[in-house]
Write a protein that binds this ligand. Structure first.
Ligand SMILES: [Zn+2]
Length: 447
C-alpha cells in the first residue's frame, strides 16, 4: 500500500490512536529531564528487544556489538558500539531490516527523495503513522494552532508535481482538514501573486512552509508592496532557517516563526516552542545523538552529525540512522518548563561539512564568506577531496584573465581556516547535483 492510499484508508489524520498518543505526549512534555530520560531508556530497550528478536540485521549487529549478551539481556552501555545505519545499508539489506511479524501489522511503503540524489524505499507501520500525526498536532499546539484550525501549506515536491493534478480523494481530505496547499516548486511572479491572494482570502491560523519558498514569497511581497495577511504563526521545515530569512519573513508577515526539524524517514524530530530558545526534541519517540567525526558524543555547543533511533516504527526499525544533517545540542533549559532537551541548531547537510586533519568538523559555509563576495567570480564550488586537499572550481567573469594574485589571497584565507593544499580550477560551467540543486560545497571525505 502506498502512503497516500494508507492515509485515505484512515480517512482523516485524527482517527485511530492519534488522539490517544497526543494526550500522552501532552503529559510527557512537562516531565522533568530525569523522568524523560528514564522513559526514553525504557522505550529504547523495548525497541531494541523487538529488533533483536524479529530482524536478521539487528540480531547480527547487536550480538557483535555486545548490545545483547548470550542470555538475551540488553546492555545500553554498549549502544555506542553499534554501527550506524545509512541509506545505502537500507537499500542493500532491506529484507533483513524487516520485522518477522510484519504480516500482523498494518504498514505502507514510503520513499525519501532527499537532496543527495537516489531515493530510498522503506516501510512504516500504523503505530508510527499515529505517533507522527500526534507529534505534528503537539507541535502545532505550541504554535497556537488547534486541530483543524485553518492552515496554508506552501509545500511541494518534484514527485507531486510530476504526478500532475491532485486526486479527488486528496483534495477532499485537505478540505476536511481545513488545509490549502500551494505548490512551492517553480514559483513565478504570477504564481506568487496568486498565492498571496489565496492567503489573504483564506486567512489561515498558521502557514506551514518550506523556508526558502516562503522567504522568496516574503521578499516578493515586500518588493512589490503587496500586503499579506498575518497568521498567528508560521512553521517552517525542510531546509536551513538562516537568521536573515527569519528576520525578513517575520517582518513581512508580522508574526513569529517556529522552526521544526524532521524527515520522511523518521518523521518530526524536534520543534521550537513559543520561547524560541531552540528545538525541543521529542524524546519519547526519537533517541537523538550528535556525534563527532570519531564517533564520540559531541558536547553542547559543539557541531556534530545527527544520528537518530526511531522508537516508534517496529516494522522496519531504524537504529542509529545517519539522517545526513549536522546539529548542535544546547546547554540551556527552556523557561517554558518542558523537560524535553533542546537542539540549539540544525545545520544543513552533512555533505556541507568538511573534516580537517585534526578530525574536527569545519562548516563548509565559511567558504561562502571568502569566495561569494568576489566580483570576478561568477560561480564557484569548493570540494574537499582529502583531509588535506581542497579543489576550488571557479567560473570567472573573464576567462582571459589569470587572477593569480587573487587566487593566492583566497588560498591564504582558506588556509587560515583549514590547514590544507588548495587547487584552483577555472571552468565554464559547474554541474548541479543529481537533484538539480547547485551546491557550493561538497565533501568527498567520509569519516
Ligand atoms: Zn520551550
Amino acid at each position: 500500500m502506498s502512503l497516500k492510499q494508507f492515509m485515505w484508508e484512515k480517512r482523516l489524520s485524527f482517527q485511530g490512536k492519534t488522539l490517544v498518543y497526543l494526550d500522552m505526549l501532552r503529559k510527557w512534555q512537562w516531565l522533568d529531564k530525569e523522568s524523560l530520560h528514564q522513559l526514553q531508556q525504557e522505550r529504547l530497550k523495548t525497541l531494541l528487544s523487538h529488533a533483536f528478536h524479529n530482524t536478521a540485521y539487528y540480531r547480527e549487529i547487536f550480538r557483535e556489538s555486545e548490545v545483547v549478551d548470550r542470555f538475551g539481556n540488553i546492555h545500553l552501555e554498549n549502544f555506542g558500539n553499534l554501527p550506524l545505519l545509512d541509506k545505502e545499508l537500507i537499500r542493500f539489506r532491506f529484507e533483513e531490516l524487516l520485522s518477522s511479524d510484519m504480516s500482523e501489522r498494518n504498514w505502507y511503503e514510503n520513499t525519501s527523495g532527499g537532496s543527495t540524489g537516489v531515493p530510498v524505499r522503506f516501510i512504516q507501520d500504523e503505530e508510527y503513522f499515529f505517533w507522527n500525526q500526534a507529534i505534528k498536532a503537539l507541535d502545532d499546539e505550541w504554535t497556537g494552532r488547534a486541530i483543524n484550525d485553518k492552515q496554508v501549506r506552501l509545500w511541494g515536491s518534484e514527485r507531486d508535481l510530476m504526478a500532475g493534478r491532485d486526486s479527488f480523494r486528496t483534495q477532499v481530505g485537505r478540505w476536511l482538514r481545513n488545509e490549502r496547499w500551494l505548490n512551492s516548486l517553480r514559483m513565478t511572479q504570477a504564481t506568487m501573486r496568486e498565492y498571496i491572494d489565496q492567503i489573504n482570502r483564506f486567512r489561515p491560523v498558521q502557514i506551514l512552509a518550506y523556508v526558502e519558498s516562503l522567504y522568496e514569497l516574503a521578499r516578493y511581497s515586500e518588493r512589490e508592496k503587496i500586503p499579506l495577511y498575518s497568521p498567528r504563526a508560521i512553521m517552517t521545515s525542510a531546509g536551513t532557517l538562516y537568521p536573515h530569512m527569519r528576520e525578513t519573513i517575520e517582518r513581512v508577515f508580522q508574526t513569529k516563526m517556529f522552526n521544526r526539524y524532521g524527515s520522511t524517514e523518521v518523521g518530526d524530530v524536534a520543534c521550537e516552542c513559543d520561547r524560541h530558545k531552540g528545538l525541543h526534541v521529542s524524546t519519547p519517540t526519537h533517541y537523538v545523538e550528535i556525534l563527532r567525526p570519531d564517533g564520540t558524543q559531541a558536547r553542547p555547543g559543539e557541531v556534530g552529525e545527527i544520528v537518530i533511533t526511531l522508537l516508534v516504527n517496529q516494522v522496519m526499525p531504524f537504529v542509529r540512522y545517519r539522517i545526513g544533517d549536522m546539529g548542535v545540542w544546547s546547554a540551556d533549559t527552556c523557561d517554558c518548563g518542558r523537560g524535553l532537551p533542546l537542539l540549539q541548531e540544525v545545520i544543513g547537510r552533512r555533505t556541507d561539512m568538511f573534516i580537517d586533519q585534526q578530525g574536527r568538523w569545519i562548516d563548509g559555509r565559511v567558504f561562502l564568506f571568502i569566495l561569494d563576495p568576489k566580483p570576478y567570480i561568477q560561480k564557484f564550488q569548493v570540494i574537499q577531496e582529502k583531509r588535506d586537499m581542497l579543489r576550488v572550481l571557479i567560473v570567472p567573469v573573464d576567462r582571459a584573465v589569470g587572477y593569480q594574485a587573487e587566487m593566492e589571497s583566497i588560498r591564504q584565507d582558506i588556509q587560515k581556516i583549514m590547514t590544507c593544499n588548495v587547487h584552483f580550477e577555472f571552468c565554464n560551467e559547474i554541474e548541479p547535483s543529481p537533484s538539480g540543486k547547485y551546491l557550493y560545497t561538497i565533501s568527498n571525505v567520509r569519516r
